[in-house]
Design a protein around this ligand. Structure first.
Ligand code: TYD
Length: 207
C-alpha cells in the first residue's frame, strides 16, 4: 500500500452572510464546481431538518432565545457527527451554508445572549471541527432586503432589529481571524460574485 492510497481529507468551506446576501446561490455553485457535498444549517441531516422546522417556524413566538441557541447548536452537533466529519474524512470537500459564526452573529449578538457564551456552547457541539475557510459574503443592507422577498422565517422577521448587529459581528469575526476568513464583496450580479468567490477559493485553498 503506497502513501498515496491514503485518502486526503476534504476541505471544509463555510459561507456566512446576513439574510439576503445571495449565499445559497453561491454555495450551490461552488459545491457543484468542486464536486463537493453541499449542505446547510440549521439542517443537513434528518434530525437537523426537524430542528430547523421547529426553530424557524414563525408560529413559535414563545421560543426562548436560549432555547433557540441550544437548538441551533444541537442541529450542528448532529450535522458534524453524521455528515460533515465523515464526508471530510472520506476525502470529499464540504461546502456549508452557515456554521458556528451564524450562531455568534444571530444568537450571540443579535439576540444579545453574548458571543462568548454562545461560542462555549458551540465548542461543545462541534467537537473541534473548524472550517478550513469561512467566506463572508458582504452586501449592503438595502440590496440584501430587496433580495429577500416576502416569505420571511421566524428569525428573518426579527431581521430589522438583528440586521446591523449581525453584519457588524461577521465583520468583526472576519477581521479578528484573517487566516480563517475571507471577505467577498457580494454586491453585483451572481456571476460577478461567483468570480470573486472562485478567485479567493483558488488563492486560499488551491481549489
Ligand atoms: P436560511 O433559511 O438558510 O436562510 P439564509 O438564506 O438567510 O441562510 O437561514 C435560516 C435562518 O436561521 C437565518 O435567518 C439565520 C438563522 N440562523 C441563526 O440564527 N443561527 C444559526 O446558528 C444558524 C445556522 C442560522
Amino acid at each position: 500500500m503506497s502513501v498515496d492510497s491514503q485518502t486526503a481529507r476534504g476541505k471544509f468551506i463555510v459561507f456566512e452572510g446576513g439574510d439576503g446576501s445571495g449565499k445559497s446561490t453561491q454555495v450551490e455553485r461552488l459545491a457543484s464546481r468542486l464536486g463537493a457535498r453541499r449542505t446547510r444549517e440549521p439542517g443537513g441531516t434528518p434530525i437537523g431538518d426537524q430542528i430547523r422546522a421547529l426553530v424557524l417556524d414563525p408560529a413559535h413566538t414563545e421560543l426562548a432565545d436560549r432555547t433557540e441557541a441550544l437548538l441551533m447548536a444541537a442541529a450542528r452537533a448532529q450535522h458534524v457527527a453524521e455528515l460533515i466529519e465523515p464526508t471530510l474524512a472520506a476525502g470529499t470537500h464540504v461546502v456549508c451554508d452557515r456554521y458556528v459564526a451564524s450562531s455568534l452573529a444571530y444568537q450571540g449578538a443579535g439576540r444579545g445572549l453574548g458571543i462568548d457564551v454562545v461560542a462555549d456552547v458551540n465548542r461543545f457541539a462541534i467537537a473541534e471541527l473548524t472550517p478550513d475557510l469561512t467566506v463572508l459574503l458582504d452586501v449592503d443592507p438595502q440590496s440584501a432586503r430587496s433580495r429577500l422577498g416576502d416569505a420571511l422565517d421566524r428569525i428573518e422577521e426579527a431581521g430589522a432589529a438583528l440586521g446591523e448587529q449581525v453584519v457588524e459581528t461577521y465583520r468583526t469575526l472576519a477581521a479578528a481571524d484573517p487566516d480563517g476568513w475571507v471577505v467577498v464583496d457580494a454586491n453585483g450580479s451572481i456571476e460577478d460574485v461567483a468570480e470573486r468567490v472562485d478567485v479567493v477559493i483558488a488563492e486560499r485553498l488551491g481549489l
